[in-house]
Design a protein around this ligand. Sequence first.
Ligand SMILES: NC(=O)c1ccc[n+]([C@@H]2O[C@H](COP(=O)([O-])OP(=O)(O)OC[C@H]3O[C@@H](n4cnc5c(N)ncnc54)[C@H](OP(=O)(O)O)[C@@H]3O)[C@@H](O)[C@H]2O)c1
Length: 196
Amino acid sequence: MATIQFAINHLAHAMLINVLLPILLRTAKGPSSDVRILSTTSMGYGFHPRSGISFEELDAHSSMSRLMFGGWIRYGHSKLANILYAAELARRYPEITSISIHPGVVATDLMWNQSWQTRWFIHITCWIQGIKYLTPHQGCWNQVYCAAVAKNDELVNGGFYYPVGLHSPDKLDKAASDDKLAGRLWDWTQSVLQRF
Ligand SMILES: NC(=O)c1ccc[n+]([C@@H]2O[C@H](COP(=O)([O-])OP(=O)(O)OC[C@H]3O[C@@H](n4cnc5c(N)ncnc54)[C@H](OP(=O)(O)O)[C@@H]3O)[C@@H](O)[C@H]2O)c1
């Protein structure tokens, strides 16, 4: 069905959204309602497979192993799904504000639990790009801003947000901006979730 990473990072969130959707839609009908769904993605989405979402591997129950960078590719795959799914959700339910968010590079357990090689890779790529690590406290800023500080009409529904509060379609590659791929992911996701 999918890698564990894809199941946790994408399918589990999609399942939660499905469960909450009826009440979110009812709430959105209320006077001056402001219903938002924020999906935490990552600039690491860029490590996704060349095809974007690899439906063939998902359907083949493949572990998506690779000779090199397998962990990054599986992570990027799931994080691309977060971006596409948020955009598709906005297209299907415009009465709900649905956006995806990159929190920044944050010194959390996600980072410290990596192998030393991966930590060095992150360290070097951040150093080259002049990116400074955020503290976990700072790593919440983008989410808090988009959830509670920005007025609803200041947010672009379906958009991707870079810290802090910056709508950044320019940071999305072809796959992450592909409406057709997002629609296909939506259909694939619903067909999988129907079984549960
Ligand atoms: N840190 C960064 O630089 C960075 C950058 C971009 C995006 N993000 C995104 O930010 C989000 C949070 O990451 P973080 O940096 O806060 O990492 P974190 O401190 O390691 O937190 C990860 C959370 O995910 C939970 N989790 C891990 N594996 C799980 C599983 N198999 N089933 C259910 N829950 C599981 C953990 O639960 P337990 O505490 O119970 O283990 C923990 O609460 C992720 O979506 C990540 O992709 C992080």
